[in-house]
Design a protein. Structure first.
Length: 196
């Protein structure tokens, strides 16, 4: 006897399903109106991929931060724990559970510190000689908003980038200072190289 498929959306792999549907669509003829309507599913799939990529980037970023003794700074937050929200896997990294629910000062401070570490560690994977190794501020901003939306949807984070403003060491303040530093270092330098 076969086990019936789960009807729960928690266990359903929407990404794989949408990939299969997209492949099937290549063999179907559609009117212009139908094609426009179907584009929305592609946009949704692209957003889903970007959101999961942001989550992966966050985890890679905080898992690369070490203290002076070479211990992982965020080791406790990276431990796997039971996921009470059940919107994704049954076990998730502790950070996703600890920062879920209504914002408190402690949650905001922990989330802020981790996101700052992640954002400051971001660099392009391949860089040509004399090319700026950093992403554009607008790209980082888009990825941050995608990340916080994803955290809200899958892990019940009610903290957003708006909460990480207006205090010493806040994400907003740190990134503004860092972006200004990068602009002075790279835009001025690149402009001079262009003139030569």
């Amino acid at each position: 006897m076969t086990t019936p498929a789960s009807s729960s959306s928690d266990d359903f792999d929407f990404g794989s399903y949408m990939d299969r549907i997209t492949r099937t669509e290549t063999n179907v003829e559609r009117s212009e109106t139908e094609k426009l309507a179907l584009k929305s599913s592609g946009v949704t799939l692209d957003h889903l991929k970007r959101a999961h990529k942001a989550e992966k980037s966050f985890l890679q970023g905080i898992s690369s931060i070490r203290d002076t003794d070479l211990n992982l700074k965020w080791e406790t937050m990276l431990e796997m724990v039971e996921n009470p929200n059940k919107r994704s896997a049954t076990e998730v990294h502790r950070v996703f559970v600890v920062c879920s629910g209504p914002p408190t000062r402690n949650k905001v401070m922990v989330a802020n510190a981790m996101v700052v570490d992640w954002q400051l560690s971001l660099k392009k994977k391949s860089v040509k000689e004399n090319e700026c190794p950093w992403y554009q501020p607008s790209s980082q901003g888009t990825d941050l908003r995608t990340f916080f939306g994803h955290m809200a949807k899958y892990y019940d984070w009610q903290i957003s980038d708006v909460d990480l403003k207006g205090f010493d060491g806040s994400l907003d303040g740190v990134l503004k200072t860092e972006f200004q530093r990068r602009e002075k270092e790279w835009v001025s330098e690149l402009f001079i190289l262009f003139l030569i």
